[in-house]
Design a protein around this ligand. Structure first.
Ligand code: ADP
Length: 438
């Protein structure tokens, strides 16, 4: 740019000086003629190279770039270098893309690249097979026109892609697919599709096994427990010297019955793929009933108080939610020493409905909190057993909440107390107008 400006400056200066000399030596007309002739030649030369440039730009082939002369030589040389760099970058990019496609094609999982309008940019052969796509025909087609499964369409629309979804393949009902969308770049998405049929089968076998074993154990245990109780009730049937053993047998059979009941509940909830009922639950009545049960369980050893928003109801399965909430209350009673305080609350916070149970009991060390909802995870096995725990309560709670698109939040401090909160999404809330008389 600097060169062009200097070039133009020196040329105009030289021309002006020459024209002034001609004017002084000959006449103004001759000077004007010389001036116009030089300017015309200068312009014609530039126009010629401009024309060459525009011709080349229409078909920008690197080898056919004009050579130019003077300032145009520099311009064409820069253009040549820039174009060469660009071509090299493009070659590198397309070879990287080729390598990526090659690698992605070799993956056993289906991979689909979607643009910001959810149109298919590319997919690998496993995706074609699993999702019934055909890249040649379906390129640039919106994925929602081709994958018409309602669960997938809801997932795509919800724009909440942190977890994958599982669905039965619409091409073969025996096959279960796990689909996850991963946003990347500028509003593009990667769709990953896995065949999880085998995993699902193993999981179902595990669930069935636990459910069957629990069922099989339930009857003999009921019989044994029943006989022990009968024997203890019949006068003289159990000698005083062995009565304590019979008491221990009765305790253990009761414990095993609770364990089996919880295992059956868990496997029932886990294997239930049906969405929970969408009945409106009168929450204040339900919570008051649970508070009465809690008072019986506590036997007056704890101070139980509550703060309930009577205008907030929930949509869901009454039995399941009652179990999820009463579990937290009974835990609070079992893990809070006598004289402790338990506060139960229900209401709306930040558009979510929250059922919360706060106690000032033994509390939980931070390292255990993330694992509490695992099956049979207990911080203190002895205390859990002593208080009739099975180690399955919070895992049942978690499953029920997941079925209701809700989550469990736990805050606790060792020796200070714990707060367990069940957080329900706004879609499950029914809010009544406050009663004027209240
Ligand atoms: P459990 O039948 O053993 O109570 P849960 O699944 O209900 O099983 O709870 C898992 C563990 O979480 C318990 O064993 C206990 O260590 C801990 N826990 C649950 N609730 C409380 C609470 N309110 N305070 C202290 N610890 C708790």
């Amino acid at each position: 740019m600097q060169d062009i400006r200097w070039n133009a400056f020196w040329l105009s200066l030289t021309l002006t000086v020459i024209c002034l000399i001609i004017w002084a030596s000959y006449s103004a007309n001759v000077a004007l003629f010389v001036f116009s002739a030089v300017v015309s030649i200068y312009l014609a030369r530039h126009l010629y190279w401009l024309h060459q440039l525009s011709k080349w730009l229409k078909k920008p082939v690197l080898n056919h770039i004009p050579s130019g002369s003077g300032i145009w030589g520099d311009i064409f040389a820069s253009l040549y270098q820039e174009h060469r760099r660009h071509s090299q970058n493009q070659t590198q990019l397309s070879s990287a893309l080729g390598r990526f496609r090659h690698a992605a094609s070799a993956l056993p999982d289906g991979v689909v690249v979607l643009n910001s309008n959810n149109e298919i940019e590319w997919c690998n052969p496993p995706a074609e097979i699993k999702l019934g796509l055909n890249l040649k025909q379906d390129e640039n087609q919106p994925i929602n026109y081709l994958v018409r499964h309602s669960d997938f369409l809801n997932y795509l629309q919800a724009q909440e892609y942190s977890d994958p979804i599982k669905l039965k393949s619409w091409r073969n009902s025996e096959v279960t697919l796990e689909i996850q969308l991963i946003p990347f770049g500028t509003k593009q998405k990667l769709l990953i599709c896995r065949d999880v049929t085998q995993l699902e089968r193993i999981e179902a076998m595990r669930r069935d096994f636990i459910a069957n074993v629990s069922h099989e154990l339930r009857t003999p245990l009921t019989v044994v427990g029943g006989f022990i109780e009968t024997l203890m009730d019949v006068e003289g049937a159990v000698p005083e010297s062995t009565r304590s053993y019979f008491n221990m047998m009765l305790d253990q059979t009761t414990r095993m019955r609770h364990l089996i009941d919880d295992l059956l509940t868990l496997s029932h909830i886990e294997s239930n793929v049906q969405a929970p009922d969408d009945a409106e639950i009168q929450m204040s009545a339900l919570i008051n009933m649970m508070i009465n049960d809690a008072k019986v369980l506590s036997q007056g050893k704890h101070k139980i108080n509550a703060e309930i928003d009577a205008n907030v109801n929930l949509i869901g399965a009454m039995g399941e939610l009652q179990s999820a909430m009463s579990n937290l209350i009974s835990n609070a009673i079992r893990y809070t020493p006598d004289g402790g305080e338990i506060h139960i609350s229900w209401g709306i916070h930040n558009k979510n409905a929250i059922f919360s149970v706060k106690d000032n009991g033994i509390g939980i060390d931070q390292q255990h909190i993330d694992r509490l909802t695992e099956r049979f995870y207990r911080v203190d096995r002895g205390r859990s057993r002593e208080t009739g725990g099975t180690g399955l309560g919070l895992s049942i709670v978690k499953h029920i909440l997941t079925r209701h698109q809700a989550r469990l939040e736990i805050t606790s401090e060792l020796g200070v107390g714990s707060t367990f909160s069940e957080i329900f999404p706004s879609a499950r809330i029914v809010q009544k107008q406050p009663d004027a008389s209240e």
